[in-house]
Ligand binder design. Structure first.
Ligand SMILES: Cc1cc2nc3c(=O)[nH]c(=O)nc-3n(C[C@H](O)[C@H](O)[C@H](O)COP(=O)(O)OP(=O)(O)OC[C@H]3O[C@@H](n4cnc5c(N)ncnc54)[C@H](O)[C@@H]3O)c2cc1C
Length: 311
């Protein structure tokens, strides 16, 4: 059997974890899931057994504790491989599992084939290079790059088995101390169907008023480039890219963003990209489905005005 760490929020497994479940099924073995804290329904995703870990001290994310639980469960089940989503949390927990067990970890895989060794394709350099690799390991540790594998449903009679993991104090030293919700409590960047992003071309913190307005009219989220977070115009939680959030909206509107590879690493999962840029030669034009060449300070308010007229 193969074991998959499934992250969840608001009573649902997150999409990158469902993508990891789909990838894990390519091993052709029974798929077991580890859920921490509370249960979610995984019966549409081919999970034979969902193992629910509950512990009085596990009220928030604690990476070393999660790694300890994953390792203990994998040993008990004699798991052939361990999968997780290539999210910040998934990669961190799996790195800790690798350090604890001295087993190799392959992060951000987009395709995996069972065998000895396991062969896989993984994203390197923010997705600008694909590496074909052979993973020699008695128990491959694999994270799946978010939004690179399509979720394929697979009905199963999932049973849920509760257990209490053994944790020590050191494993609970690093944990989430506080949660700060999005300003305005709107749709989150990672889950938004529409993301309107601004880059250096927006010009200032105040300049984001027109980006916020368009995002709000489209019921979307605001994103930005790293230049913007470095300048302090927006918080890091808004940053899209290799060192920011990786997103896969239906529509990504990039305003005044050049399209550096590190930025595109975060938004290449978008179904459609609309670039608004004064430079017709900007690299983002190569990746855009639609482009408007001109000053975003005129174009963005014009789109908002048109949307208002339609209402
Ligand atoms: C290790 C590493 C990690 C990185 N991680 C990230 C990351 O996660 N996310 C990220 O975004 N970047 C990341 N970067 C930075 C990245 O390389 C670029 O520097 C950055 O994305 C550029 O931001 P930008 O497009 O806003 O700015 P610029 O590259 O300066 O582009 C600004 C664009 O705005 C256009 N423009 C200017 N004025 C207007 C106007 N009035 N109307 C319309 N268009 C206008 C210009 O034509 C230009 O195309 C990383 C870099 C490194 C080295």
């Amino acid at each position: 059997m193969v074991l998959v760490l499934v992250e969840h929020a608001d009573g649902k497994a997150i999409d990158p974890s469902l993508q990891a479940l789909t990838a894990a099924r390519t091993f052709g073995e029974a798929v077991h899931a580890l859920l921490i804290g509370s249960s979610v329904d995984l019966s549409a995703h081919g999970v034979a057994v969902a193992h629910l870990a509950q512990h009085a001290s596990l009220d928030s994310f604690a990476p070393d504790a999660w790694a300890a639980i994953l390792g203990q469960l994998a040993d008990r089940l004699n798991a052939r491989a361990i999968f997780a989503a290539g999210t910040d949390r998934g990669n961190e927990v799996m790195a800790r599992v690798a350090a604890r067990t001295q087993l190799p970890l392959a992060t951000n895989c987009i395709a995996v084939a069972t065998g000895s060794p396991v062969t896989l394709t993984r994203q390197r350099w923010g997705g600008s290079l694909l590496e074909e690799a052979a993973l020699h390991s008695p128990r491959p540790l694999i994270t799946v790059a978010p939004h690179t594998v399509a979720i394929a449903g697979y009905p199963a009679d999932t049973t849920v088995e509760e257990f209490t993991p053994q944790l020590n104090e050191e494993e609970l030293v690093v944990k989430v101390a506080e949660r700060v919700s999005n300003k305005g409590g709107g749709v989150s960047l990672a889950e938004a169907k529409v993301v309107v992003s601004g880059g250096r071309g927006v010009g200032s913190k105040e300049g984001f008023a027109i980006i916020e307005e368009l995002a709000s009219l489209l019921r979307g989220a605001v994103g930005c480039s790293r230049v913007v977070t470095s300048a302090g115009w927006r918080p890091h939680s808004d940053q899209v890219g290799q060192t920011g959030t990786k997103i896969a909206p239906e529509l990504y509107i990039a305003c005044g963003i050049s399209g550096a590879t590190q930025h595109m690493a975060g938004c290449k999962g978008a179904k459609r990209i609309l670039a608004i840029n004064s430079d017709a030669e900007a690299p983002i034009m190569q990746n855009a489905d639609y482009a408007v060449v001109g000053d975003l300070k005129e174009i963005v308010p014009a789109i908002s005005a048109e949307l208002r007229k339609q209402r």
